[in-house]
Design a protein around this ligand. Sequence first.
Ligand code: PLP
Length: 391
Amino acid sequence: MKQNSKPIYLDHAATTSISTAVLEAMYPYLTESYGNPSSMYSIAQEARQALDNARQICANVLGSRSSEVVFTSGGTESDNSAIMGAALALKANGNHIVTTSIEHHAVLYACELLETLGFEVTYLPVSSKGLVDLDALQSSIKSTTTVVSIMYANNEIGSIQPISEISEIIKAKQTQYGTKIAFHSDAVQAAGYLDLDTNKLGVDLLSLSAHKFEGPKGVGLLFIRRNTPFIPTQVGGSQERDRRAGTENVAGIVGMSTALRLAVENRTQNFEYVSAIRDHLINSIFERIDNCQLNGDYENRLPNNVNFSFKGVEGEPILLGLDLLGIAASSGSACSAASLEPSHVLLALGLSNDLARSSLRLSLGPSNTLEEINSVVDKLQPLIRKLRTLS
Ligand code: PLP
């Protein structure tokens, strides 16, 4: 029977709830100061001022100029426009793009779309732990390479890529060929836990999405380093210094900047707390459930990510069973045409179709408690046992 009490939410990589502070910061821009920031009168100028402040807050976190921050509708748009915008702008130099096989579909499908327009894309392999092969990266870059897109942290297995090291490799290749190679990183999952200083990371373009760090849905940003060749893919108005047309989502942007500031202020504390309960969850699953494996790297892993495969069970019944027990989680599989497609990320690690289909992602947040984690394992163990006897 479905439980009525508040669910145990272990799907923070999918989305998060927005905090009261964020909601309160947004409220005036939905009610009194609702003007269009491009208009002249006072309520519009209040909105313009809020936009400028929000941009400065985000720039402070990114260690960038405020003019390098472009507000978007979220991670998907930021990824799409980064890759297409840079590839199109650099087309005269070459048509080669390098990415990895474990990117989010917002990156992979943008690359596939460019392939249909004559671009060539190299999808780099990753190790069995989900880390990009740096030798393969080095040898993949050639004189026609114009864009490299490698995610900071993976959404399914939490693996963290060495972005600064990757940037050094790209810079050396740039010097060797005397051409510009725009380096983009999808930092959507990294934002709440990892350093976002764009100079330390050495990126030209970086994507963020507010709803992954307790901001509202439908708003994000794209950092575009000054002088990075970029053609806007969303056109119409001259907003965002001609890099992204469309009336700005002022309340959403204010919410995002507030959430980002709070996430950074609480980062160290959240990192320590969430990794401690994450480790407890991983250890408890290993102790209590046999025939399971942790997917992804343990060391270079987001503090909130747990991804297990349970031999002999499909991910979907685990999720349905957990839902009935009041636990919200996710599997790596995507439903398509009535069949469960195994995750492209888990397949890229070398998992068999069956093991990839038997995965469960539990993504934690600072509001989760140790009691919740214990309760999840208490429910997961008999659930897996029952599903195994049924299959
Ligand atoms: N990139 C990564 C790594 C993600 O995890 C997500 C969302 O799950 C996105 C991009 C897309 O972000 P949005 O939902 O804001 O479009």
